[in-house]
Design a protein around this ligand. Structure first.
Ligand SMILES: NC(=O)c1ccc[n+]([C@@H]2O[C@H](COP(=O)([O-])OP(=O)(O)OC[C@H]3O[C@@H](n4cnc5c(N)ncnc54)[C@H](OP(=O)(O)O)[C@@H]3O)[C@@H](O)[C@H]2O)c1
Length: 269
């Protein structure tokens, strides 16, 4: 990394916990590769302190913006001055741009990153039956992305079933052509299985869904980026399924983040 100076644009990723955060390392690698004078660090902010942290960011002039991940993506929305249309539709923000006057504008780049990584593998959701586990901030983004990409059926399972029901309802309202329902089915009955929960971040976590009967022809996409190969992906891959990890989704987002926070050239100076 080049020297961090008073001219360097600063970014943070707000999270709780922070140990698993990989977005900052991805961003720093992107900045280095494109000679952008900027740096990003994870910032451990508990939910109760989010409002205070955001207020401090407003008053910090060399702070260009910040990302937010678990558990802040939905809670951040009312603390911002503006959000983009797509972030409003999804109901969650994962990157925030700080304007020179301290105004904070939120966007959601998860959806574009998620679907971009699917397309980069030569795959798409068009006409597919999808089982998605998780309906948190990232899960809302991935479900809307799947719907916009043409998924035929989206079944959403979540520990808190009300969030899954709400998401299914929001998906149907945004796109009446999609058959979106809260529920659970057997992974092997779907074309695409998505883990959008945080289950898999820790080695002791249970599998978010049983993939013991999946095989060739089924795609299992785990958006967790760290570890790069979760237990879910290892198990599904062993059984012949095509697997995609969260690193690909993060990768896709890097130029989008740079463009959003620093402007089209990604020029931080
Ligand atoms: N690769 C990428 O670019 C990328 C981008 C964004 C997020 N992610 C990953 O996506 C995951 C979710 O992030 P998020 O921002 O959506 O977080 P979030 O808003 O806090 O949502 C967490 C989700 O995980 C579920 N969950 C948490 N603990 C659980 C448990 N013990 N049992 C069952 N379900 C559990 C939650 O269910 P409840 O609603 O019932 O609590 C919710 O669906 C994280 O692992 C994050 O690292 C990756």
């Amino acid at each position: 990394m080049s020297d961090v100076t008073g001219r360097t644009r600063i970014m943070f990723i707000l999270a709780d916990p922070v140990q698993h955060v990989r977005g900052s390392a991805f961003l720093n690698a992107h900045f280095r590769a494109h000679a952008i004078d900027a740096v990003c660090a994870p910032l451990h902010v508990a939910p109760a302190d989010l409002e205070t942290a955001v207020a401090a960011i407003r008053h910090t002039q060399n702070l260009s913006g910040f990302g937010c991940t678990i558990p802040h993506k939905v809670a951040i929305v009312p603390l911002l001055d503006r959000v983009t249309d797509r972030a409003r539709t999804i109901g969650a923000v994962n990157f925030v741009k700080r304007m020179p006057d301290g105004t904070l504008v939120g966007d959601n780049l998860d959806a574009a990153g998620f679907i971009g990584a699917l397309h980069a593998k030569g795959l798409s959701a068009r006409g597919k039956r999808v089982l998605q586990i998780g309906a948190g901030g990232a899960g809302r983004a991935t479900a809307f992305a799947l719907s916009q990409d043409g998924a035929r059926r989206i079944i959403i399972h979540n520990r808190d079933i009300r969030k899954a029901e709400q998401l299914a309802m929001d998906l149907r309202a945004a796109n009446p052509d999609v058959d979106a329902q809260a529920g659970l089915g057997a992974a092997e009955d779907f074309d695409l299985v998505v883990n959008a929960t945080s289950l898999g971040l820790k080695p002791e976590d249970a599998l978010p869904v049983d993939v013991s009967r999946v095989g060739k022809g089924i795609v299992v996409y785990d958006i967790i980026a760290n570890p790069p190969v979760t237990k879910l992906l290892a198990e599904a891959g062993r059984r012949g399924a095509t697997t995609i990890g969260g690193g690909a989704m993060l990768d896709e987002q890097m130029s989008l983040v740079t463009e959003f926070v620093f402007g089209e050239q990604g020029n931080a100076c």
